[in-house]
Design a binder for this molecule. Structure first.
Ligand SMILES: *Cc1c(COP(=O)(O)O)cnc(C)c1O
Length: 419
């Protein structure tokens, strides 16, 4: 947990937040699946499905009320860059599931992450981040931060106490972790991050979803999601969210309103719709990933299958302790390298070649031939990517069909002689 000084001056919110939400832990006795069904309905009238408030602005009843809304945190009925009732429903639901006092939704996961980094850090500050990160986050830290005089140290997050060792007392203001992490599903011990005192601790929990782990319960200050992925869950919304204490999220709000990466009401509606089925989807995808991982581990053309639920995962014990489900993502290497990867992804008939994860369709990526094609072999290696590395996001097809599809694609690799 952290101590910090909130900014003041004309940009700072001066009024307390509107009190529409039932507050964190309102349903704390209930199972997370049940809470995902019930959360975020405070402003829904008698409608069961989320109401889409497709409006940019709202009629202000009185001058006094207008003044209050212009300076309050997250007024949901003033101007939609500040807040919107549909978006507020999604924010309340995420806060409820993460055990947070407050959440703020953004136009994308990167909108959320850039707000956290640029809204809470200033010139002269120092960030400790892990090396195994989503490529967008890594680029933000490597390119934007230096331009604003923010220094970043990257550490190997699989080494115990790597974050704590890189902290410069009084200078480090933020610690940024991602777990499970891109691309090889490395884990970070949430207790270790939560125990760090001084800097604001932030965890990108996208791969776990709010049902897989609750970083705040481990003492972490802020949890971030790309809700574009499993939360919205249908590849139809670009959405991000940050959750944490009211103090920290309200401080962030002052920057977020000016940054303007606010969530669209339509995407927030799809985020809420997705949350209702998140429990069954993550369970099904985890079960499918278990079947696929077992098949791949036994295949001669496949090496180094990474899935947190496998006993062979280097951090399997931590995964068992920390994750409520092991998730639908897995990574493996084709022994035949780059050519094998190209043949494999093109031979697939059910799984599709596309960048994203957490949706109904099984997706694969082959970074060395697509997203990371411009990197040298050394640079690929530094990013944990080999020439034959394939990442799979297990979908909701029957697992037996996905396994059979992968089997026939591996046969095609063998037939092409890329062993
Ligand atoms: C996709 C992703 C992001 C970025 O989210 P967008 O919604 O695409 O901006 C950040 N972190 C992780 C782990 C992701 O998978």
């Amino acid at each position: 947990m952290t101590a910090f000084d909130a900014p003041d001056g004309p940009l700072a919110a001066t009024e307390p937040a509107d009190a529409a939400a039932p507050g964190p832990g309102a349903d704390a006795r209930l199972h997370p699946d049940t809470r995902a069904i019930r959360a975020g309905r405070a402003d829904n009238d008698t409608a069961l499905a989320p109401i889409l408030w497709a409006t940019t602005t709202f009629v202000t009843p009185t001058v006094e009320e207008g003044r209050r809304m212009a300076t309050a945190v997250g007024s949901p009925r003033f101007y939609s860059r500040y807040g919107n009732p549909t978006v507020a429903g999604f924010e309340d639901a995420i806060a409820e599931l993460e055990g947070a006092e407050r959440a703020r939704a953004f136009a994308s996961g990167m909108g959320a992450i850039s707000a956290v980094v640029l809204g809470l850090c200033s010139q002269g500050d120092h960030i400790v981040a892990q090396r195994q990160l989503y490529a967008g986050t890594q680029l933000l830290l490597q390119t934007a931060c230096p331009r604003f005089g923010i220094d970043v140290t990257f550490v190997d997050a699989t080494e115990p106490d790597a974050f704590a060792a890189a902290i410069r007392p009084g200078v480090t203001t933020m610690v940024l972790a991602e777990t499970p992490a891109n691309p090889r599903l490395d884990l970070v011990d949430l207790d270790e991050i939560g125990a760090i005192a001084g800097p604001i601790t932030v965890v990108d929990s996208t791969f776990a979803t709010p049902l897989g782990q609750q970083p705040l319960a481990h003492g972490v200050d802020l949890v971030v999601h790309s809700a574009t992925k499993a939360i919205a869950g249908h590849n139809d919304a670009t959405l991000g969210v940050v959750a944490g204490s009211a103090e920290l999220v309200d401080w962030l709000y002052s920057f977020a309103v000016l940054q303007g990466a606010n969530a669209s009401p339509f995407d927030a509606m799809n985020g809420l719709r997705g949350l209702r089925t998140l429990g069954v989807r993550v369970r099904q995808q985890s079960e499918g990933a278990a079947e696929l991982a077992a098949f791949l581990e036994s295949h001669p053309l496949v090496a180094d299958v990474r899935w947190p639920g496998l006993a062979s995962h280097p951090q399997h014990e931590l995964a068992r302790r920390q994750l409520a489900h092991f998730g639908g993502l897995l990574t493996f290497d084709l022994t035949g390298g780059l050519e094998a990867g190209c043949v494999f992804v093109e031979a697939l008939q059910i799984a599709q070649l596309a960048t994203s994860l957490g949706g109904p369709e099984t997706l694969v990526t082959h970074p060395a031939s697509t997203t990371h094609v411009n990197l040298t072999p050394d640079e690929l290696c530094a990013n944990g990517i080999g020439p034959g590395t394939v990442r799979v996001s297990m979908g909701l097809e029957h697992p037996a069909d996905v396994v059979a599809d992968m089997a026939q694609a591996l046969d095609a690799v063998a037939a092409a002689g890329h062993r």
